[in-house]
Design a protein around this ligand. Structure first.
Ligand SMILES: Cc1cc2nc3c(=O)[nH]c(=O)nc-3n(C[C@H](O)[C@H](O)[C@H](O)COP(=O)(O)OP(=O)(O)OC[C@H]3O[C@@H](n4cnc5c(N)ncnc54)[C@H](O)[C@@H]3O)c2cc1C
Length: 338
């Protein structure tokens, strides 16, 4: 056996909230062969298993039972399909932002709006990461998985991943699939997306055509708006933007004319969860060692010494307030484990 299991392993540096969680056993998995060894050990010990990427979308309890396996499969392969399209196959353990940055450096475009999202390539399809008008599903051709139910490794094409807003088959059937590689279709021709108002506003008409300028602007806006997890523990946006019917949207808009919302198709509307929370005076509020970020009401932070219990209390209080005020349910975006 080449896998190296470590007992009572601190995950404090491996989750961006900085919670002092301790894994019963921890291991890094660097190849498909090691993955198959992990499968044998999970079956032999009947352990619960958590697959960990960069820990930026997880709320961990103090004690994490069973095995925590960090996926560290690396590697990139490029295949030109024609004069414009390039197929890029990337190991699930690669760093997401590094992929975005280096693709751009090689003149391969499409990922620039998704710059500075923390975490791994393998986790990107799980919640179909998105930002500034682009979702990763728009660039994914296929996802390679190890399927625990079928005990084999195979490729799922884009359609089979059932992508939706911050959702996918991998999130809905949590625990079934381990993502080993992701295949992207990138372009040598710039096709920038600058429909998102805060991005558009900071770019000149000329810059809107340049992926490098879009990348720089996204990095700048994000650094100004979002706390760096290395300085202040957080998991990015803590709640999904709720989607409501046209009727609910009309009701809310007449009660709150400044409501921030976007058409979501099929007559439905997406509400800005940050706006709903901000209006209720939550921005900058602190409860014990956790709180709501002073600049961004959608981001819950750990000031140091916070834990899952404290964060749950805060999140529940916000959810109750939002439900009472607007009749809208907020759903957390990160996964709570266990
Ligand atoms: C400051 C900040 C900003 C953020 N901004 C955004 C944003 O703009 N848009 C956005 O969509 N998200 C955002 N996020 C959330 C987060 O970065 C993404 O969800 C990211 O894809 C999580 O990657 P990770 O490797 O850290 O996953 P983890 O947190 O380690 O895991 C998340 C989930 O995916 C599962 N998982 C991880 N790797 C694999 C794998 N290889 N196979 C199967 N399952 C796996 C885990 O079991 C878990 O359920 C932000 C987070 C932070 C802290």
């Amino acid at each position: 056996m080449t896998l190296h299991f470590q007992s009572r392993f601190s995950l404090k540096a491996l989750n961006t909230l900085g919670f002092d969680a301790v894994a019963e056993r921890f291991v890094r998995v660097r190849s498909i062969d090691e993955l198959l060894e992990l499968r044998d050990e999970v079956k032999r010990s009947s352990s619960p298993l958590l697959i960990l990427g960069g820990g930026s979308n997880l709320v961990l309890a103090d004690a994490v039972p069973g095995i925590v396996a960090q996926l560290a499969i690396e590697g990139r392969a490029f295949e030109a399909l024609d004069a414009e399209s390039v197929r890029v196959t990337v190991g699930g353990g690669e760093n997401w932002h590094e992929l975005v940055r280096s693709s751009l450096g090689q003149g391969l475009y499409g990922l620039e709006n998704l710059a500075l999202i923390p975490g791994s390539v393998g986790a990107a399809p799980v919640q179909n990461i998105g930002a500034y008008g682009v979702e990763v599903k728009d660039l994914i051709e296929a996802v390679e998985v190890y399927d625990w139910a079928e005990d084999r490794v195979y490729w799922l094409d884009n359609r089979s991943c059932d992508f939706a807003y911050r959702d996918s088959r991998f999130k809905r059937e949590s625990g079934r699939y381990l993502i080993t590689r992701v295949r992207f279709l990138l372009s040598r021709q710039p096709h920038t997306v600058t429909s998102y108002a805060p991005l558009r506003e900071v770019l000149s008409p000329q810059q809107r055509e340049q992926p490098e300028a879009v990348f720089d602007a996204v990095c700048r806006i994000r650094s100004e708006k979002l706390p760096d997890p290395r300085e202040l523990g957080n998991a990015g946006s803590f709640f999904k933007n709720p989607v409501v019917s046209a009727e609910d949207h009309r009701r809310l808009k007449s009660a709150y004319p400044s409501l921030v919302s976007f058409p979501e198709g099929e007559g439905r509307f997406k509400l800005a969860a940050g706006w709903l929370i901000d209006q209720l005076g939550w921005k900058g509020r602190r409860m014990q060692n956790v709180g709501v970020h002073a600049k961004q009401a959608l981001v819950l932070v750990n000031y140091g010494g916070g834990d899952r219990g404290q964060l749950e209390k805060l999140a529940n209080a916000i959810q109750r307030d939002v439900l009472d005020a607007y009749g809208v349910e907020l759903e957390p975006e990160p996964r709570f484990y266990p």
